[in-house]
Design a protein around this ligand. Structure first.
Ligand code: SF4
Length: 494
């Protein structure tokens, strides 16, 4: 019998009952507004919060002003997180004054750090509810206490359990985010995640595969498997360790066999990623031809100081093995510039690795200290030095991105259409399996039936979630432009 750190079925049923009770207490026509900051794990958490609020009879408000409950789902990883958080809270104070019945709530990573919790308690006492990232499943109970008269319900538990079968209101109708594990054991010296999200807890593999299968059957085109370090999925479960050489590779294989058209995953860790995982990627064409492999630094000394537990030699070996199996694979990465102790020679090493790997894109960050992390206590690199290095790094990345983009001209690729482009009139936008953002036009004749005469927005709504083939005609640093070739289904029913 496999043991997972799961919420019991009795407890989940109690929360379901409280949803019904809250619906009766709240009445109809109440609306919610959620502000989400940070990574895709936070996006997925907000989808779960929205799912629970829907169970309580609420619908989504167009804006903060028309909401009956406003929640801020916080992130403490990104730069200037605290500044933005307090700025947003300050704005809500005026709304709360105008409407005393408004419920204001804060949740997410920051609520696992005393420094923020204490500040909210003392300086933003109008906040009605507060809970941590592992407490989302208890939202019905937290709100019930507030609706029954408790002035403030600040309830952040230390117990970090996994709640299965939770209602999820997905942001997009074609792409589903699926968290496969929670927390992180790695304690990189710059990162707060292990302190805010706790130790690694993996979901049951059967539950994940069942969820992906259901999503595929429900018409979702793409599933993104999420975890802070997906490559260590399942390693804390003894039975999985005994049964599989690499547990995540097995999970990815089983998910690829569900019938889902495109499968992505994020984030890999160079110390844990296995050759077996690369084999699985190469074997299944519905797994993305893109690997996000955080580098952080090209210097072994800096990697050591970051507590990353891999060397540049290992990193480059993984890249070489991946390219050997999938010559068409594109890489992206995360890089931190100006980590404490980074010398000019260390930084040059980072540029050297970028030249060797040639990332199609990268998330580049200037190091900034996070309260409570070891690196925050170390001597910092002067800001003018960090600025200058960052500038060089961005220029190099942009030149690589443009060069790789230009190499795509003339290629025909399969695009998962995301809808009407926000930036170019009458163009549609989507992504290839190797993660290029592609804007493209579709001739009128490619649309079925009466849709041909309808607005670009109506056509975009129809296209969302469908695949088509696009010929790349033009390249920019951050996007490609192309022309529709074929592939749209002609079974449109009006
Ligand atoms: S692997 Fe490192 S950077 Fe990633 S979440 Fe864990 S501690 Fe943070």
């Amino acid at each position: 019998m496999l043991k997972f750190k799961q919420v019991s079925e009795e407890e989940l049923q109690r929360q379901r009952d409280l949803c019904v009770e809250n619906k009766a207490l709240w009445g109809n026509e109440k609306k919610y507004f959620i502000m989400t900051f940070g990574c895709q794990l936070n996006d997925n958490d907000s989808e779960k919060v929205a799912g629970l609020l829907r169970e309580m009879g609420l619908s989504r408000a167009e804006n903060k002003e028309t909401a009956d409950i406003i929640l801020i789902n916080t992130c403490s990883v990104r730069e200037n997180a605290s500044g933005r958080f307090y700025g947003n809270l300050g704005e809500l104070k005026a709304l709360k004054r105008a409407n005393p019945n408004l419920i204001v709530g804060v949740c997410g990573c920051m609520m696992k750090q005393d420094v923020y919790v204490e500040k909210v308690k003392h300086s933003y006492s109008f906040v009605d509810i507060m809970f941590g990232p592992a407490d989302i499943w208890r939202l019905p109970e937290i709100l019930n206490r507030r609706l029954r008269g408790s002035r403030r319900v600040y309830d952040i538990s230390n117990e970090e359990l996994i709640a299965e079968d939770q209602p999820v209101l997905r942001e997009r109708k074609y792409r589903a985010l699926v968290s496969i594990m929670f927390g992180c054991n790695n304690f990189c010296t710059f990162c707060v995640v292990p302190y805010t999200r706790g130790r690694e807890r993996s979901r049951n593999m059967d539950d994940i595969v069942k969820e992906v299968k259901t999503l595929a059957a429900d018409g979702y085109s793409e599933v993104m498997l999420l975890g802070q370090n997906v490559d260590s999925y399942g390693k804390e479960i003894r039975e999985y360790r005994k049964a599989y050489n690499n547990v995540f590779a097995e999970l990815l294989r089983r998910c690829a066999q569900t019938g889902i058209k495109r499968l992505r995953f994020m984030t890999s860790h160079p110390k844990d990623i296995s050759l077996e995982l690369l084999d699985v990627m190469a074997e299944y064409p519905n797994i993305e031809r893109h690997l996000h492999l955080p580098l952080q630094s090209g210097s072994n000394q800096v990697l050591h100081d970051m507590n990353r537990h891999y060397t540049i030699e290992r990193y480059l070996n993984i890249v070489a093995e991946a390219k050997k199996r999938m010559p068409d694979l594109q890489f992206s990465t995360d890089i931190i510039v100006g980590f404490p102790g980074e010398t000019e020679a260390d930084f040059e090493q980072t540029l050297l690795i970028m030249d060797k790997v040639r990332y199609a894109s990268s998330y580049t960050f200037q190091y900034s200290p996070r309260p409570g992390t070891p690196a925050a206590l170390a001597a910092q690199v002067p800001q003018d030095v960090v600025d200058a290095r960052f500038q060089r790094l961005v220029e190099l990345q942009n030149s690589h991105s443009l060069e790789i983009a230009q190499a795509q001209i003339g290629r025909v690729c399969e695009v998962l259409i995301e809808g009407l482009s926000d930036h170019v009139d009458d163009r549609y936008t989507g992504r290839s399996s190797d993660n290029f953002l592609i804007n493209f036009s579709v001739p009128k004749t490619a649309f079925p039936g009466r849709l041909r005469e309808q607005t670009p927005q109506a056509k975009g709504d129809y296209l969302e979630g469908k695949f088509c083939r696009v010929m790349i005609t033009e390249a920019k640093t951050f996007s490609l432009t192309g022309e529709y070739v074929d592939g749209l289904p002609d079974n449109f029913t009006e």
